[in-house]
Design a protein around this ligand. Structure first.
Ligand code: HEM
Length: 323
């Protein structure tokens, strides 16, 4: 396709003045790609550390928000370590903010990337407020689920930003395969959403409120687990179907590789899922399952951006990069 991926970040006349103050190494396209990747990784990390808060029963380690206690911004040491875990997780938000802000600033030189970079940056304060509300509502399971799902949205936004910036070449393929790839991403999203309902119905609430109650959805955890596993079966069926279809239509290697990788992570995640179910959800495996959920989601997003219809099978920013 003759696409050069040589990093080059042309300033546009509309670049805000603040961009000119950035050190030259930050005005480079490679830096922008790295920052976008750092955003994806840090969003995954905060899902896993958030899981550690829940699984160590530290969810109310800092019993209020935005302060840690009514009297102090930071832990006072009265809460036997849970406060440190919850407080550390809250501080990670600042790392996320720093990376997202740097990405946003640098992305200002690329008009096409501004919407995504702005979405990635704005999602963080929204997520911080939602996290605060989960504390103030004593870990309402529906809010905990929304907190997790918003992280998935932020992972999708930052992944898309990274994917576009590195001008990856998509794989043009048949309409049927594109449709199947889209069904697969919908099934992945549904599996994630149902997974959060299993969590909200199960034993890992994150902590017990001061009046001794544990807030749960009230739904039957076995039925929810069954529904979750059924959704996984549908997802694996669609993904295997996609692998076979892509092979049958001789789709590009990149598309076949992305679909095969998706099936691989789904099977590994399914194995963790069944193991944790039969072992009565040990916290370490549940934490691994949360990391696996992020990896399944990333693999599905990769399929979505790789398996595209003929008309759009061109890196959107090829001209800009080869300029
Ligand atoms: C592609 C495969 C799978 C994906 C993407 C997935 C995703 C998820 C997600 C996102 C959660 C919620 C995490 C949270 O809110 O903290 C979850 C929870 C859960 N999943 Fe899966 N899952 C998969 C396969 C399975 C399988 C096959 C089982 C077996 C029954 C399973 C059992 C569970 C259980 C028991 C929970 C609740 C854990 C807890 O107490 O927090 N998962 N899953």
């Amino acid at each position: 396709m003759g696409v050069s991926t040589e990093p080059h970040t042309p300033r546009t006349p509309s670049s805000p003045r603040v961009v000119r103050w950035l050190p030259p190494w930050l005005q480079n396209a490679k830096a922008l790609v790295r920052l976008a990747l750092a955003s994806v990784v840090s969003n995954v990390v905060i899902v896993v550390t958030g899981g550690a808060v829940r699984l160590t029963d530290s969810g109310l380690g800092c019993p209020t928000w935005p302060r840690c206690t009514d009297a102090s911004l930071t832990p006072t040491g009265k809460y036997t370590g849970h406060d440190i875990i919850e407080f550390t997780n809250r501080q990670l938000t600042f790392v996320l903010v720093a990376i997202a802000l740097a990405t946003w600033l640098v992305a200002m030189v690329r008009r096409e990337q501004r919407a995504l970079a702005t979405g990635a940056a704005l999602g963080i304060p929204v997520q911080a407020v939602l996290g605060g509300l989960t504390v103030l509502t004593h870990l309402n399971p529906w809010l905990v689920a929304a907190h997790f799902l918003l992280s998935m949205l932020l992972i999708a936004v930052t992944f898309l930003l990274w994917w576009r910036l590195r001008a990856s070449v998509p794989a043009p393929t048949s309409g049927a395969a594109v449709l199947l790839a889209r069904f697969t991403i919908v099934a992945t999203a549904a599996t994630l959403a149902i997974g959060t309902v299993v969590t909200g119905s199960g034993p890992h609430a994150g902590d017990t409120a001061s009046n001794g109650t544990i807030r749960r959805t009230g739904l039957n955890v076995s039925s929810m687990s069954q529904l979750h596993a059924d959704a996984v079966m549908v997802l694996i069926g669609l993904s295997v179907g996609l692998v076979l279809l892509l092979r049958a239509v001789h789709a590009a290697a990149a598309a076949q590789k992305a679909a095969a990788a998706l099936v691989g992570v789904e099977l590994a995640q399914g194995l963790i899922g069944y193991t944790q179910y039969f072992l009565d959800v040990p916290p370490l495996l549940v934490g691994l399952h949360m990391l696996g959920a992020c990896l399944v989601w990333l693999a599905a997003l990769r399929v979505l951006v790789t398996v595209v219809p003929e008309a759009s099978a061109r890196p959107r920013f090829a001209n800009e990069l080869s300029a």
